[in-house]
Ligand binder design. Sequence first.
Ligand code: ZN
Length: 298
Amino acid sequence: MGKLKSKLGIDLGGTKIEGLLTDKSGKQIKRVRVKTPRESYGDIINAIANLVSELASAPDLPVGVGMPGSISPATGRVRNSNILALNQKLFSEDLEKALRRPVRVENDANCFTISESTDGAGEKANSVFGVILGTGVGGGISINSKIVGGKNSIAGEWGHNPLPKIKTHQSDRQCYCGRTNCVETWLSGPGLSRTYRSSSKKDLLAEQIVKLYEAGDKNAIETFSAFFDQLASALSVVTNILDPEIIVLGGGLSNIQSIYTEIPYRLEKLAFSDHFRTKIVKAKHGDSSGVRGAAWLW
Ligand SMILES: [Zn+2]
């Protein structure tokens, strides 16, 4: 937690940018939120600068920023971000210039996993796989309370492997990253909307489909049945490689209660084991985990 008197975190998401100021123990002092101007890099930098000046009175307080994608260790530039305006930009440097204070940038799923493995749902576990099911799909790995970054800074980037199990009546999906059938194209909010559209011919947001599912709508039930199969098959790959003690889910789609009853028995059948004890739980700090983890980068 360091020696700072307070902590400042920014969670840059595909839909919103959230800022959080906490005291040194992590208790919230102030929180602000704005819509992400995702089409313009300059507007994103300005929006973050406005949030920071609204939150921080101390001019030298450093900032931790979580964002989709990561900074390439080879070039220092952003790559793999589903906020396309960030890609190839010197985001960390540009932010430091705009904010005139030190900045640390980290992948958003890693920030989420820092928060949940430190004092969240994965607090007592030796190994945690943190998953974000939101506008995008990402993952983070924590072993003995330390984030595993990886040689190429891509550890946990499970959203851009191909989904192992796709129902044959559904057609291939192109991902913004250039690959086909990435996990993200199926398990993100927009991916869920696409699955729903293929059976209902209706264009709805993920949260509207969730409401229909809870109300017993036939197409929504079919969509979620496919979603649960897809999520279990994608997690079976993680389980067979990492075999984490606990899988913590965050992001908008993690709020669907049925996930926590529907996934374990599906995953049990797919994992290469005679028993299955892995816990699959919802994030303790909900939507706040990303921004909390970002604040704790210092
Ligand atoms: Zn992809």
